[in-house]
Write a protein that binds this ligand. Sequence first.
Ligand SMILES: [Zn+2]
Length: 493
Amino acid sequence: MLQKIFAVCFLIMVSMFNQFCINNDSSGKNDFDIVILNGRVIDPESDLDAVRNIGIRGDSVELITTREINGRTSIDARGLVVAPGFIDMHQHGQDHENYSYKVMDGVTTALELEMGTADVDAWYREREGRALINHGVSVGHVPLRMRIMNDPGGFAPVADAVYKPASDEEIGLLKEGLETGLNRGALGVGFGLMYTPAASRWEILEMFRVASKYKAPCIVHIRYGGQKEPGSCITALEEVISASAISGAPLHVVHITSLGFSLTPEMLQMISEARANGLDATVECYPYTATQTTIESAVYDEGWQESFGITFKDLQWAETGERLTSETFAAYRKSGGMVIAHSIPEDVVKSTIADPIVIIASDGMLSGGKGHPRGTGTFARVLGKYVREEKLLSLPEGLRKITLMPAQRIEGIAPMMKNKGRISEGIDADITIFNPELIIDQATYEGPAKYSKGIEYVLVNGVVVVNKGQLQEGIFPGKGVRGVSIDGTTPQF
Ligand SMILES: [Zn+2]
């Protein structure tokens, strides 16, 4: 009897010793905080597309292997795709409501680059320790113009910043404001030229010259949309291509389909040709056939039908979902509010998404559950509708447009982006794990506040923020993504 007990004890000790060895392998390879097992790992940088195990320690990916590994937490990714966390270069909504919808759409880094901010330090301070996902901002020409000209507008200007040409002194103040922002780690210079029509070509060129000094990308909503000359999308694109060529500043053109409409292919041709001639130019689109903006804005001034190639019935009132007539248009233009314009042909959306130079970005902003579905469904829509259902792109090609390409656009000014948008050993543990058979957007024009389907797990800096499809509350692992200053050093924040 005693012998038997002794033998059992011995066996238990041996097994405990083995266990100890597995978890405390002298190579350190088997003691991870988190392991992701048996997932289809897709890395758009190395073209890896194979079943692997991933070991994460702290906030980094430490090992990618076919060997068995163990960790304190293990995620079974069998049948799922393990991708770099998605990066959204164009996200206006930068609060907890928006971050929650972003992460449920697979996004781990959301950047406000088009409008930007006038106060870079304050912007990052407001989010420090309180953000679900990584975030970053540009210094914005529009908010600086609003501050300098005392424009009382909110997101967009409404008074002098729209209608008043800048004096030489004001152009000097704008340049100083850009320099301050770039020295504090802004990720580029944002422009909304359609919102500041009184800003002269020379004023804009002066801003590009400052950006060039810092090798900062100029992220631009161009001056005009549509085909009506003078003032077509082609003229507007020529202005910024020319400013980029003259100054040497990198150029990024936002939401091209909602400015080009049926002329988008011509605009893409212009950007491709400029790139072939050595210009550092990139472009993005969102995967929807409708735009959204305020009906009382200059966008709907006389001539909109001719410019955009649409009429009243193509407009939908966001609040009620009704289509407009000439009478209701006139009434709503007086009262003001959000209008959706079904103005982008579906074949233009498709050919733009499929173009290898085009990055996908959402232009998202949700406020109290209201907004355009692009703010909540862009990424799952690309992977579900355009990759799986319509086969416009392969899955690795689709992922490249929402991970590696946006990271590469920003990493010149923010080297920390070299650790994002990829999955390889040593990179940040920002990871999105999804079911490729189920992933799809659920948000609609009538109901935008709906989480996408099929996002099973999301890690932000090594912290699980979506677990088995459920958003985890009360954790804020998101970090600020900041650029480097002119002498190549990262400023002390
Ligand atoms: Zn815009």
